[in-house]
Design a protein around this ligand. Structure first.
Ligand SMILES: [Zn+2]
Length: 427
């Protein structure tokens, strides 16, 4: 099921659309946003220099700090009264970043999520429980409006209140769950702890995102709930959820390229990578009115696949994000993504995928400690288990660590984005 035939444009047709929209966007930010104009003048580039899609590279990058420095409305390209919605990031340090949508932007967003829904086989026959947080965070409301556009019934329950989630899931006959993978896993555990409940549920699909997750985690969630789980990708700075989504072939996430142009760059040299190579994902929005964004450095590491997908969509696919470069830990000179620990634990099938990582500095030496939960039905004795788990993780990540095994259900569960890493070296 394809929502919009624009998702199947030929590369040539798409390029024509992208260039026209890019030129219009660049002219708009140059004329309307002094911050962008200043940066472009400093880089010696003007809107007339954008003659081809390759010329995008002449434009300066936008960083999260550009959004912070212009707080709250400095990057808006329309008068305040044309903005009909404001969202903001939680902002753990200092001021949050603010994004504004015009009426047309909200419609674009609905369109992006409608594509996401159809891509996962969700339509008017479905009842979707939106357990992403509602509020300033873009997750809940973003998915909400797009799900309505495909005429699914929406249950706007937001995150948390697990007992209620499961009660409504059963009573309302929920067929689709939308939330973070961490929360889906937690819900799956609770559902499976109640005999006969899973069989009574009508759940068949989950649309999961807002944090990186592994293939092993997907397999776990799919098995525990007997459903198909799809990855979605987005970030508030670009539009919210709806930037990219998996299709039924689950072989990369289709980026809505007629609205967002992706690039992959080397995060050190800032030079473009050749297609297929991994690097930092950069986005330029080409249809947004409220807050157009030029070459935004997402910090997400991935690669792009331009081969045609079996589903018929021609939009480029980004590989599942391994992690955000901000989340990458460097321990004794070795790069470590927390998702590597998740993958190692799920491989082993002796522990739950819940873990905490603590990084400390003793003198000049980094020390990594992992707290991991024993799996409920694992019968191995504690000492053997500890040895096995420790050596398996060390083998997978190439780092030695201290391991603490704890009883099942001891570690915190998350109803939104998970927090598993505690890097105490920064304090
Ligand atoms: Zn596809």
């Amino acid at each position: 099921m394809i929502w919009n035939q624009d998702e199947c444009l030929s590369r040539e047709q798409l390029k024509v659309v992208q260039l026209a929209r890019l030129q219009e966007t660049v002219k708009k930010v140059y004329d309307k946003v002094p911050h962008y104009r200043g940066k472009m003048e400093k880089a010696g580039v003007s809107p007339e220099d954008i003659k081809s899609l390759e010329d995008l590279r002449k434009l300066p990058f936008t960083l999260k700090s550009d959004l912070r420095d212009t707080y709250p409305f400095g990057l808006f390209a329309v008068p305040e009264h044309d903005v009909v919605r404001l969202h903001a990031s939680s902002g753990t340090t200092g001021k949050p970043i603010v994004v504004g949508y015009t009426e047309k932007d909200i419609e674009t967003w609905r369109e992006m999520i409608a594509r996401t829904m159809y891509s996962a086989g969700v339509n008017e026959k479905d009842t979707i429980q939106v357990a992403y947080g509602y509020g300033l965070f873009t997750g809940g409301m973003g998915v909400h409006y797009g799900a309505e556009k495909v005429k699914a019934r929406v249950i706007p329950i937001s995150g948390g209140n697990t007992k209620k989630q499961i009660e409504l899931m059963e009573d309302f006959g929920t067929t689709v769950l939308a939330c973070t993978p961490s929360y889906a896993l937690y819900l799956a555990e609770v559902i499976n702890s109640k005999p006969g409940l899973r069989e009574r549920l009508k759940l068949k699909t989950a649309i999961l995102g807002a944090e990186p997750w592994t293939e092993q985690m997907r397999k776990q969630i799919e098995e525990l709930l007997d459903i198909k789980a799809y990855d979605i990708y987005g970030l508030s700075e670009i539009i919210g959820p709806g930037v990219a989504h998996e299709c039924m072939f689950k072989n990369g996430l289709h980026i809505n390229e007629d609205h967002f142009i992706p690039e992959i760059i080397d995060p050190e040299t800032l030079e473009p990578k050749t297609p297929g190579e991994e690097g930092e994902l950069v986005f330029t929005t080409i249809t947004k009115e409220g807050i157009p964004i030029i070459r935004y450095r997402t910090r997400d590491l991935t690669s792009l696949n331009y081969e045609k997908c079996e589903c018929g969509r021609t939009m480029v696919r980004m590989n599942k994000c391994q992690g955000r470069s901000d989340d990458m830990l460097i321990i004794r000179g070795v790069n470590l993504f927390p998702s590597q620990i998740e993958a190692a634990l799920l491989d082993l099938d002796m522990t739950s995928p819940h873990y905490n990582l603590h990084v400390n500095r003793d003198g000049n030496l980094d020390n990594l400690r992992a707290v991991i939960e024993r799996k409920e039905n694992c019968t191995a004795d504690l000492e053997t288990l500890e040895k096995k788990v420790k050596s398996h993780i060390q083998h997978c990540i190439g780092l030695s660590l201290d391991l603490e095994l704890v009883e099942p259900n001891k570690l915190e569960r998350f109803t939104g984005k998970s927090k598993r890493v505690f890097d105490n070296r920064k304090n």
